[in-house]
Design a protein around this ligand. Structure first.
Ligand SMILES: [Zn+2]
Length: 87
């Protein structure tokens, strides 16, 4: 109790239909496609990682391009989220 949520957003895929959903996943919870009822399995973790310290939504106006690694990094961070280069 009182601890921060460490929910991670995953891309889930239904094995048969190939339908995909992007949802925050809680450990031990089984996810099913809302329409087909198929079980969804995680196929990829979606950026940003939960360890990101940025609280901004990942939209173009909140991101800048790092001049060293050329990744999009949140504007509210003092350093690049990927390579650590100061803004
Ligand atoms: Zn960088």
């Amino acid at each position: 109790m009182g601890s921060e949520s460490s929910q991670q957003v995953y891309r889930l895929r239904a094995a048969v239909s190939g339908r995909e959903s992007i949802v925050p996943v809680e450990e031990g919870v089984l996810y099913r496609d809302a329409e087909t009822g198929e079980e969804l399995v995680p196929v990829a973790r979606v950026l940003p990682l939960s360890r990101s310290v940025s609280s901004l939504p990942r939209t173009p106006e909140n991101l800048r391009v790092c001049r060293r690694c050329e990744q999009f990094t949140p504007r509210d961070l003092a350093v690049c989220e990927f390579c650590g280069l100061p803004a």
